[in-house]
Write a protein that binds this ligand. Structure first.
Ligand code: FUB
Length: 612
C-alpha cells in the first residue's frame, strides 16, 4: 500500500498483479524489452469477453475477476475499445451489481448488442429474492455507457447463465443462454421483452458432440454460448466439457437449429479451467476473443482476456485456434499527433487506471520504473514536442519517451512538477527529436519513491515540415482550422465521434467534390511524400470517399489523390490512408486538403485527420 502521507485521492486497493509483472520482466533478463501483447488487458483481471463492432471500433465488454479470488467473485462489468486490435482504451465500469436493485451477487458473462440507437447489455446475476441466477438487461445510448437497468426486474430467470444475443436478417432478435441446458427466447423489437416462452434447445450428441464420463451431461455443451450468422450459416460457439473447458462449435441452417457439432475452436489451454468465446469480423479480419490465466497471479478465478486473428475456411468452418502471447496484428497505425488517452494501452507494467475528474479515465498509481507501451505509433517525418496532461499531489517525476522498448532510444523527457492534487491537472510540454517512422512508443515513468503523478492524456506535435500538418485534426477544437471546400456547412458533432468527444460534419454539399477542407499552403514542401490518414463516416451510405489535395500554382490547379476511393458504410467509421508525393511548378498560392466523395452530395463526418 502507498504511504499514508499521500493518501489524498480516493483510495483503491492496490492490486498484487503489478509487482509480479515487474518480476516476470526481470526474470526474462530483459527489463522492458519489446514483448507479447496478449492478454490484452493487464491493469486488472478480466473474463468472459463479448466484442461488438460499432463505428470503426471494437468495443469489448468483460467481467472483472477480483484480485486473489477463490471463486467467481465478480461485482462489476467493464468496457474497453480499440480501433487497431492492439491498443485498448479503458472505459471503466459503466455497469455493476448495484445498477440492478434486484440483484445480489455474481456479475458473470454477458453480451451487448446495438439496435435503433441504443446498446442493450444482457448480464446474468443472482436474483436476491430467489437466490437463483437470472438475466437482466441494461440500456444506454452510448457503447461506453452509463448503462441503466432497462426494466427493473430480471428479463428471464430460470437459474441458468451466460446470455448471448443475436438479431437475424429479418429483424427477429433471439436471446440464448444456459448451463447446464441451452435455452432461447424470441426478443421483441424493444429488446427488453419477449414473445412466447423460453424454450430448451435439444442437446443431442449430433448437435453438440459426445461427452464421456458424465451420464447427466451426455453432450459437450457446458456454458458460454455465442451465436451469430455468417454467409447464411448460423453458428453457436460454446465452452465445452468441464473441467477444464475447451471451445467447440456447432452450425445450423436456422437460428434455433437443428444444430450439427463441428468440432474444436480452441483446445483446453491456458491455466484457467473455464474459457469463454466471443467472435467478430473487423476491418476485413476475423477475431476470436477468449480468456485464460496467463497473467502473473492468474488462474481459474483470476482470468484475463486475450484475442487471436483467424480466417474461416472456404467452407465456413472455423480452424482450430491456439492461445498465443503475441495476439492479433495491429490494424493500421496509431496517430500520435492526435490526443491519445493515457488509458489507451497495448501493454503496461505497474500502473492502474481510475476515473478522471476531467472525464473518462486516467492512469495512476505510477511509480519509478513503471511504463506504458503504445504499439505502432506513426511518427512520419518527425515529432518536435510532446505534451502530457498530468496531476500530482506529490512532487511529480519524469516521463521518458522511448522507442521500441522501455529501454530503447530516448527521444524526449518531460519533467512533471507537483500540481497540488491527484486530480489537479496541468499540461507539460517537452522537446522531442529522433521520433520518425513507425515505432512502439514506451512512456517510462521515473522519479523518487512513492506515487509520482497521474496521466490523463498525451499528444505529440510535428516539427516544421514534419509531424502532422493538420490543425485540429482530432476535431476536439470544434471547426477551428477547417472550412468547406466548395459548398456546405460545417459543424462540430458530438454524436459518435471516431475518437475523443467530437468529429467534424459537413451538410448541404451541392457537388460530390465539396467537403471539409483545410489550407496547408505554408506547410508543404515541394517534392516531398506525405502519408495521409482520415477517418470518414457518410450519413446516407454513399459508397466512396477520398482525401484529395487541391494545389494551385502558377494559375493552374491540380488535384492529388491522397487516399484511394474506399467504400464507406453509412453506420461505421472507415479509415482512408495513403501516401502521395506532392510537387508543383511556380509559386504555390493555394493548397487545400479536403475530403470528397466519388458521387452524391450526402453529408459526411471526418475525424482524426493526419498528414505527415
Ligand atoms: O465468469 C463467471 C463464469 O465463468 C461465466 O459466466 C462462465 O461462462 C465462466 O466463464
Amino acid at each position: 500500500m502507498r504511504p499514508l502521507l499521500v493518501c489524498v485521492r480516493a483510495a483503491a486497493p492496490r492490486r498484487l498483479l503489478l509487482s509480479v509483472v515487474v518480476l516476470v520482466c526481470a526474470l526474462a533478463g530483459l527489463p522492458g524489452a519489446a514483448r507479447a501483447d496478449n492478454p490484452i488487458i493487464q491493469t486488472i483481471y478480466t473474463a468472459d469477453p463479448a466484442p461488438l463492432v460499432y463505428n470503426g471500433r471494437v468495443y469489448l465488454y468483460t467481467g472483472h475477476d477480483e484480485d486473489n479470488s477463490t471463486y467467481f467473485t465478480m461485482k462489476e462489468w467493464r468496457v474497453w475499445s480499440s480501433a487497431d486490435m492492439v491498443n485498448w482504451t479503458d472505459h471503466g465500469s459503466p455497469l455493476n451489481l448495484a445498477s440492478f436493485s434486484w440483484a445480489s451477487a455474481n456479475a458473470w458473462a454477458g453480451q451487448t448488442i446495438y439496435r435503433n440507437g441504443k446498446f442493450y447489455w444482457y448480464v446474468p446475476m443472482t436474483v436476491r429474492a430467489t437466490g437463483q441466477m437470472g438475466i437482466g438487461v441494461a440500456v444506454s445510448t452510448s457503447p461506453t455507457g452509463p448503462f441503466t437497468d432497462a426494466i427493473g426486474h430480471p428479463l428471464v430467470s430460470n437459474g441458468q447463465i451466460d446470455p448471448t444475443v443475436f438479431i437475424d436478417d429479418d429483424g427477429q432478435a433471439y436471446l440464448y443462454w444456459g448451463n447446464p441446458d441451452l435455452w432461447y427466447v424470441k426478443l421483441n423489437s424493444d429488446m427488453t421483452s419477449y414473445s412466447g416462452s423460453p424454450t430448451k434447445i435439444p442437446l443431442t450428441t449430433a448437435g453438440f458432440g459426445t461427452r464421456s464420463g458424465n451420464a447427466s451431461r451426455p453432450t459437450l455443451f457446458e456454458e458460454g454460448p455465442w451465436v451469430y450468422k455468417r454467409n447464411g450459416l448460423y453458428y453457436i460457439v460454446f465452452a465445452a466439457a468441464c473441467c477444464s473447458e475447451f471451445i467447440g462449435y456447432s452450425t445450423a441452417t436456422g437460428p434455433t437449429g437443428p444444430w450439427t457439432y463441428r468440432g474444436t475452436v480452441m483446445p483446453t489451454q491456458g491455466s484457467s479451467f473455464t474459457n469463454h468465446p466471443g467472435l467478430v469480423d473487423f476491418a476485413g479480419g476475423s477475431y476470436f476473443f477468449y480468456h485464460n490465466g496467463a497473467l502473473p497471479g492468474g488462474g481459474g478465478y483470476t482470468r484475463s482476456v486475450a484475442v487471436e486473428k483467424f480466417a474461416y475456411n472456404a467452407d465456413g468452418s472455423i480452424p482450430a485456434i491456439s492461445m498465443t502471447s503475441t495476439g492479433a496484428p495491429q490494424v493500421g497505425v496509431l496517430n500520435p499527433y492526435t490526443r491519445q488517452e493515457a488509458e489507451t494501452i497495448a501493454w503496461e507494467s505497474g500502473v492502474e487506471t481510475e476515473p478522471s475528474g476531467e472525464g473518462g479515465m486516467d492512469v495512476g498509481w505510477i511509480e519509478n520504473g513503471d511504463y506504458i507501451k503504445i504499439k505502432g505509433a506513426g511518427f512520419g517525418s518527425g515529432a518536435s514536442s510532446f505534451t502530457a496532461r498530468v496531476a500530482s499531489a506529490n512532487s511529480g517525476g519524469r516521463i521518458e519517451l522511448h522507442l521500441d522498448s522501455a529501454t530503447g532510444p530516448t527521444v524526449g523527457t518531460c519533467t512533471v512538477a507537483g500540481t497540488g492534487g491527484w486530480q489537479t491537472w496541468a499540461s507539460v510540454t517537452c522537446p522531442v527529436s529522433g521520433a520518425t517512422g513507425t515505432h512502439d512508443l514506451y512512456l517510462r515513468f521515473t522519479g523518487g519513491s512513492g506515487y509520482l503523478f497521474n496521466l490523463n492524456w498525451w499528444q505529440f506535435s510535428g516539427a516544421t515540415g514534419g509531424g502532422n500538418l493538420i490543425t485540429n485534426g482530432d476535431m476536439e477544437n470544434g471547426t477551428t482550422g477547417w472550412a468547406p471546400f466548395g459548398s456546405g456547412t460545417l459543424s462540430s458533432d458530438t454524436a459518435g465521434p471516431h475518437g475523443g468527444s467530437r468529429s467534424l460534419t459537413i451538410t448541404g454539399r451541392t457537388g460530390s467534390w465539396n467537403g471539409p477542407g483545410q489550407d496547408v499552403t505554408t506547410k508543404l514542401t515541394n517534392g516531398k511524400s506525405y502519408s495521409t490518414s482520415v477517418w470518414v463516416r457518410t450519413q446516407s451510405g454513399t459508397p466512396s470517399a477520398k482525401a484529395t489535395l487541391a494545389l494551385t500554382a502558377g494559375g493552374t490547379t491540380t488535384y492529388v489523390a491522397l487516399t484511394p476511393a474506399t467504400a464507406v458504410g453509412s453506420a461505421g467509421w472507415t479509415q482512408l490512408s495513403g501516401t502521395a508525393t506532392v510537387s508543383w511548378s511556380g509559386t504555390l498560392s493555394g493548397a487545400t486538403v479536403y475530403v470528397e466523395t466519388a458521387a452524391g452530395t450526402d453529408g459526411l463526418s471526418i475525424d482524426d485527420v493526419s498528414m505527415q
